[in-house]
Structure formats: C-alpha cells, structure tokens
Design a binder for this molecule. Structure first.
Ligand SMILES: *Cc1c(COP(=O)(O)O)cnc(C)c1O
Length: 372
C-alpha cells in the first residue's frame, strides 16, 4: 500500500553538507577504527549529555547493549537472569541471550509504560530468584525518560546490581528532573539508526560517567584488543565508520531544531486529540519522539482506529506490540509474574507519525480521523 503520510521520514543532512566530509575521509584514507570523525563524534555525544560523561560509539545500539553487558556482567553461563520489560524492542533480549544470561520479563506500569519498579523490587527480594539475578536492563520506552529513574538507581544500588539503560530511541530526551537521558545508571545506550530521531544510518553509542568502562567498551568493540593489538578480553567488531560519524556531527548542528519541530507536532496531538478517547505516555513531551504513542482508552477499538488511518493513507504502527514474550524465539521464557499490564497495553497502543516533515494539514487529518 502506498501511504500519503509515511510513519517515519528520516531527516538527514543534505548531500552538499556531507560532500566535504567525504572528501576529507578519502584524502586522509581513514575509513574506520576510531578515525578523526569518530573521535570528535564520541566527544560531542558525551558533552551533549553533560560534564563528566564519556562515550563509546558503536555500529548499532544492539552492539552497544551487547558490549555493555559483556563489560559490566562478564559472559554468563546461561543460568543467571537479567531483568527487563517485555514491552520493548527485541534487541535487549537478544543481547542478554548472546551474553549468556536469561531474560526475566517484568511487567510495566500504566502511566509511563516503563518497567514496574514494584514488580522488580519484588523479584529482587524473592528468595527463589534474588540470588540468580545478575543485572537490570531498564528501557526508556520509546526513548521517553522515566519519571522515577532516581528510584531505579536506588533499587539497583540496594540490590548491588548494575543498572544498564536502553535509551535507544531517546537521544535528546529529558528525564522529568530536566536531566538529560544518557546521564543515569551505570551506562545508557543510544541508537542512531536511520529511523531514530537522531539518525546517521546505522550507529549507536554508550554513555557513562565511568571512564574505565568506556575504555573497555572501545576495546570490546575492536576484537577485545589492547593498545598493542593483543586480544586481552572477549570482543567482537562493533565499530562505527567515519562516514556515519561525519553524518552524526552534521546532525548535531541540527538537533535543537529537529527536537523543536517534533515536540511541536507532539504538542498538537496532546492538545487536540480527544482526552476521553486517548491518553499519552507521561513525560513524552520532553522526549525526542521517534513517533507519537497514544493509548486508546476504549478496549477493543485500537485496530479499528489503525485500519481507519491506514485506509486514509496514513501509515501507523503499534510499537512495541507484539511484546517480546509473545515473539517466537522468546515465547518459551517464563516471565517473573504474568504480564497483565503489558498484555493490556499491547492491545491498546497506537503509534502515530511524528517526524520532522509533518505537514500541518496532514496532522489535522490524522486528528480528525481519530476524534470522529
Ligand atoms: C531501535 C532500538 C534498538 C535497536 O537499535 P539498533 O541501533 O538498530 O541496534 C534497541 N532498543 C530499542 C528500545 C530500540 O528502540
């Protein structure tokens, strides 16, 4: 089907802006392996998050998640768990499995759509689980910063477990404390995939206050090599190319404008969609908004709204449905307790276009179709 209003339309720098960078890359004959563009990009990412932060770029967020788990937990023997929500993208569950741990799904809460702190606390205090939990992979759902990230940090500290945060879609988002997403936990992981608000093609980054962790990640993503090219730890190839880093540096020149546009589009959904029929994720107005998430209040009507929009030429999705625990490869895993809220939201969530090229008339049509 051809859609008049696409779900996502990436906003990339123009060809002329990149041409000079590409000439420089050819001239220096340095295409990857921590070249000058990558080094500068890594510093810009860290500075953007705040003073005292460090960043390791990656070829994707998935590679960044895998690297972080290896660096922080070490490779597991397949017997221990890492907590995570099922209501997220499958990358986290894959990374946990590759790293030798078992994903233990925790339900989400209704207002922020994030992993439920109370359920996670119960799991960590549960004698039949606590000793076999190795870490927590929190997910800032849709890149929206959690409204209680400080409570998660306390919980992890009390349990003496690392808190790793998948903020893949959230570069540019703010926590409700106005602190940047990227600044919490042991580290936070971002994606710069073409479909994310800060797109460079394929790419990602891990941000942390821990300089030694970031140095270790730079080694892990380069075959576990030391400075001398000796494989001193388990590694793989997860490096970011120069051309993608060059695109990323150009995106930094445009990021505030992109965020402003997306937040304006989202603000219009927020103020014009009928509140009797739809509700929103808490704190999303401060997010970088890869799309707009709405929860249909009327049970059983989500698919009807989705079909109505699609047949009018509006491309919509239902992220993160189906949740991970319903997907073929992961459905044998037993969640900690039944995922009641996850399953409910799974059937009510509707993802609307919220990109940098939204035409006001197109958005008016979407709003009108949903309100009537
Ligand atoms: C997009 C996304 C990923 C994967 O990012 P890649 O860069 O494509 O590997 C992981 N987790 C979440 C929550 C995402 O939204």
């Amino acid at each position: 089907m051809k859609y008049n209003i696409p779900f996502i339309r990436p906003d990339f720098p123009g060809a002329d802006d990149i041409a000079e960078d590409y000439r420089q890359i050819l001239h220096s004959n340095w295409y990857t392996n921590f070249g000058p563009f990558e080094r500068k990009f890594a510093h810009r990412i860290a500075d953007y998050v705040g003073e005292g932060y460090y960043a390791s770029t990656f070829s994707s967020a998935t590679a960044g998640l895998l690297g972080s788990l290896i660096a922080i937990l070490g490779k597991g023997d397949g017997t221990k768990y890492v907590l995570l929500p099922s209501f997220t993208f499958a990358a986290g569950a894959h990374a946990i499995t590759w790293c030798g741990y078992k994903p233990l799904f925790i339900d989400i809460e209704e207002s922020g759509l994030h992993m439920d702190l109370k359920v996670a606390t119960r799991a960590l205090e549960d004698p039949s689980y606590s000793a076999s939990i190795a870490g927590i992979l929190f997910c800032n759902a849709f890149g929206t910063g959690s409204f209680n990230i400080a409570a998660w940090e306390h919980l992890a500290e009390r349990a003496k477990l690392p808190l790793i945060i998948d903020s893949a879609a959230g570069f540019g988002s703010l926590y409700d404390s106005n602190q940047k997403v990227g600044s919490a936990g042991r580290c936070e992981v971002f994606s710069f995939h073409a479909t994310k608000p800060f797109g460079i093609g394929e790419g990602g980054a891990v941000v942390s206050r821990d300089k030694a962790l970031i140095e270790s990640l730079n080694s892990i993503q380069n075959f576990g090599f030391s400075q001398k090219g000796d494989a001193v730890q388990l590694g793989f190839n997860g490096k970011l190319q120069e051309i993608n880093a060059a695109i990323g540096l150009r995106q930094f020149e445009r990021i505030e404008g992109m965020l402003k546009k997306r937040r304006a589009v989202y603000g219009r959904y927020l103020s014009e969609l009928n509140p009797d029929k739809f509700r929103f994720q808490i704190n999303a107005e401060q997010a970088s908004l890869c799309f707009a998430t709405v929860i249909v209040k009327e049970r059983g009507r989500r698919n009807e709204y989705s079909a109505k929009l699609q047949s009018a030429g509006v491309q919509v999705r239902t992220y993160y449905s189906p949740s991970i625990h319903k997907q073929t490869y992961f459905k044998h895993l037993k969640p900690y307790i039944p995922l009641i809220v996850t399953e409910k939201i799974d059937n009510l969530v509707l993802s609307l276009p919220n990109h940098d090229f939204m035409n006001p008339h197109d958005q008016a049509l979407i709003i009108q179709l949903l309100n009537t």
